[in-house]
Design a protein around this ligand. Structure first.
Ligand code: ITT
Length: 185
């Protein structure tokens, strides 16, 4: 089976490919612009995005809306993560966290999957901390400033290890359960 991953972010496609290949699912990277509504709810962004894509006649796809929610910043950048990453970047996040003792943060990933006429929406989470400096050059986005174990950042660990604990890995495991329940795989 082939599923389109509709995203501007090749890092996401690589993570999906790694996790879903063993179920005989091939990922095809597709860049297809669609309107992302601005709300504070990842699942609403995904559901509205899926409606917009289906309205264009596209089927059998995955979209993923993710965000980094920092406790001390009251959940910022959250649903505005892509904008924050493009504007202030990781140095900006580190500056906002300068001198802040509470380093707690949570990555969340909401996956919307349209497959064989069914709609599956699942959300995975991963708790961790914001580091004091950027570390590592693997991964993408906020990976160099997020550590799930308080020792190494997501940019310092292999993709397999990131997937075994990450928000996206957890969301993919929920997606696999749902695909099995729907007898898609
Ligand atoms: P889309 O085209 O799929 O929307 P995007 O990169 O804009 O791609 P999101 O809006 O879902 O994706 O992501 C919000 C931001 O969070 C974006 O800057 C990502 O780089 C970052 N991000 C998402 N998942 C991440 C991960 O696993 N590790 C680090 N940063 C991540």
């Amino acid at each position: 089976m082939k599923l389109k991953v509709i995203t501007s972010n090749p890092g996401k496609v690589a993570e999906y490919q790694k996790e879903l290949a063993e179920y005989g699912i091939d990922m095809e990277h597709v860049r297809l612009p669609y309107d992302e509504v601005q709300t504070s709810d990842l699942e609403e962004v995904v559901n509205k995005g899926m409606d917009a894509i289906i309205a264009q006649g596209v089927r059998d796809f995955i979209i993923d809306d993710s965000g980094l929610f920092v406790d001390a910043l009251k959940g910022f950048p959250g649903v505005w993560s892509a904008y924050a990453q493009k504007t202030i970047g990781n140095p900006g996040i580190l500056r906002l966290m300068e001198g802040v003792e509470d380093r707690g943060a949570e990555f969340r990933c909401c996956i919307g999957c349209d497959v064989m006429g069914k709609r599956i929406v699942v959300t995975g989470k991963c708790r961790g901390v914001i580091t004091d400096s950027e570390q590592g050059d693997g991964g993408f986005g906020f990976d160099p400033v997020f550590s799930h174990d308080g020792e190494r950042t997501f940019a310092e660990i292999p993709m397999d290890e990131k997937n075994s604990v990450s928000h996206r890995g957890n969301a993919v495991r929920l997606l696999i359960d749902a695909l099995k329940a729907e007898k898609v795989i």
